[in-house]
Design a binder for this molecule. Structure first.
Ligand SMILES: Cc1cc2nc3c(=O)[nH]c(=O)nc-3n(C[C@H](O)[C@H](O)[C@H](O)COP(=O)(O)O)c2cc1C
Length: 381
């Protein structure tokens, strides 16, 4: 073997793009996706301990964000990301609510339940001045927004106390809009992603959500369009996906589904079971579970109401009429009406603690980069 082709003893492998690492002051550019109702302090602490960015989803109860931040502060000295939704408050449309209840009534009868009644209750208030005051008091290092950004005066207040603002874009136009309106980091959320689509610039959600790009196509276009660091999200659940995201120009990745089987996640047992069988349980984008498009495991409800998207009440009013049905069906051990949110890479999710999973993801990705670097050394020798 000639000296020119001998593998060189290499230094500690490094991330090829340090933009996000340096901005957020983290060791590995791996972000735990904020997952309201599914994340936990323990899950976030595990990711943080391994050097990734810990996130807390506060969309369900924005005013409790301060308590959660304090709980997590006791578990880590590293940066914390707190996440809010920025939807416009829903239109109360009594006729639509009635159409939706009528649509669900046969299922209620089938399970021996009284037909759904009463006005729908909103389950997730948008980020507002009161939630902003919580952020100002607790000063998390990062605040991330889904479904757009809040009013410019609120973005200004968040940034004035030193928080870095991240926000999700599902198209290049949304990424440019976020850059122009004060975001510091763009999360490019591809079509494969689990949970709610971050879509916010659509004139007709029902139509436009079906036209959205996947992660592989979206990330490089967003990287080319904006000057900010870009985080890839959607369908990334192992080191191969993370390495691919960096090859596309991403400065980091945000993973949700990959963490849903961690013991620290609050994923309910039937949801876990559905993910364990994800290779034969496809996912679908549907409005039926919340009123906004979200990716979840396809089931009887998503199939039988596929043509009813325009009858579903606006986000976040839709769950009210569904909850009794879901509770009874789940009590009987069935997922046929449940909203098991997850992304297209669910079959890659592993049942291991968050800290070990994050370390494994980072180490294996770095090994990929090392492998590529030594292959380059051979070819250029
Ligand atoms: C169960 C679940 C809940 C989610 N909840 C939120 C949330 O509260 N806020 C948010 O910004 N994104 C949320 N997301 C979307 C993630 O931020 C991210 O875009 C997505 O998980 C990436 O795709 P992946 O699931 O394939 O990793 C959620 C995703 C999942 C799977």
């Amino acid at each position: 073997m000639s000296t020119s082709s001998r593998p060189v003893a290499h230094a500690t492998p490094a991330w090829p793009n340090r933009q996000l690492i340096d901005l957020l002051k983290i060791e590995h550019p791996i972000i735990l996706a904020p997952m309201a109702a599914f994340g936990s302090i323990e899950l976030a602490a595990g990711v943080s301990k391994a050097g990734g960015l810990a996130s807390i989803g506060a969309a369900r109860a924005p005013l409790l964000a301060g308590e959660k931040i304090q709980q997590l502060r006791k578990r880590t000295t590293h940066p914390i990301n707190i996440n809010f939704f920025c939807h416009t408050s829903p239109q109360i449309d009594a006729a639509r609510q009635q159409r939706w209840r009528d649509r669900l009534t046969p299922y209620y009868r089938e399970l021996g339940l009284d037909a759904p009644s009463g006005d729908a209750q909103a389950v997730a208030p948008p980020f507002d001045a009161a939630a902003c005051a919580v952020v100002e008091a607790t000063r998390p290092e990062v605040v991330s927004f889904h479904l757009g950004l809040p009013h410019p005066s609120l973005v200004e207040r968040v940034k004035a106390v030193g928080c870095i603002v991240m926000a999700s874009a599902t198209t290049v136009d949304e990424a440019l809009w976020l850059e122009q309106h004060g975001a510091d980091v763009i999360i490019a959320q591809g079509y494969e992603a689990g949970g709610h689509r971050g879509i916010f610039l659509a004139s007709d959600l029902n139509e436009e959500v079906t036209l959205q790009p996947g992660t592989m196509a979206l990330v490089p276009q967003v990287v080319d369009a904006v000057r900010l660091p870009v985080v890839a999200a959607g369908g990334i659940a192992d080191a191969r996906g993370i390495a691919a995201a960096f090859a596309l120009g991403a400065a980091g990745v945000q993973l949700g589904t990959a963490y849903l089987l961690c013991p620290e996640a609050l994923t309910p047992p039937l949801h876990r079971e559905a993910i364990r069988h994800a290779s034969t349980n496809p996912t679908v984008i549907t409005k039926v579970f919340s009123g906004r498009p979200a990716r979840a495991i396809a089931n009887r409800l998503t199939r039988e109401t596929a043509s009813a998207a325009r009858d579903v009440p606006d986000f976040p009013l839709a769950p009210s009429a569904l909850i009794p049905l879901q509770s009874e069906s789940e009590r009987r051990g069935s997922s046929e009406f449940s909203g098991h949110l997850c992304g297209q890479a669910a079959a890659l999710a592993k049942e291991m603690p968050a800290e070990a999973l994050t370390r494994e993801l980072a180490m294996r990705t770095l090994a990929h980069f090392r492998h590529l670097a030594s292959a380059n050394r051979y070819t250029s020798a």
